[in-house]
Design a protein around this ligand. Sequence first.
Ligand code: AMP
Length: 113
Amino acid sequence: MSTETIFSKIIRHEMTADIVYQDILVTAFRDISPCAPTHILIVPNILIPTLNNVYPSHEALLGRMITTAVKIAKDEGIAEDGYRLVFNCNKNGGQEISHIHLHLLGGMPLGPI
Ligand code: AMP
């Protein structure tokens, strides 16, 4: 059984966060410790612990995460200059919160990966 994280509480508005977008599938909020002028996390409203738990039935949801990131990038005014989308997976990938999240980073040159 998967264990909920603070992200589930943010999705349910039980914990304060700077939510910039929410719909029936996804929630997006500003990272509490930003690595760039724009650093927003896009998360599915259902708990999927890691990318290793993503299945074909999630494909529409994963697509919504990306289209949401693009919409927010445009809203934030960073789309034209460019941005980076990142998923971390497990220990070696640097994943700290076991609820998949797409990092939207931009607002400055990010350099090579
Ligand atoms: P990751 O290392 O990929 O698991 O990323 C987790 C991200 O969640 C980090 O960038 C944290 O700064 C961010 N984070 C942790 N707690 C919160 C919170 N309460 N609100 C917003 N972002 C958070």
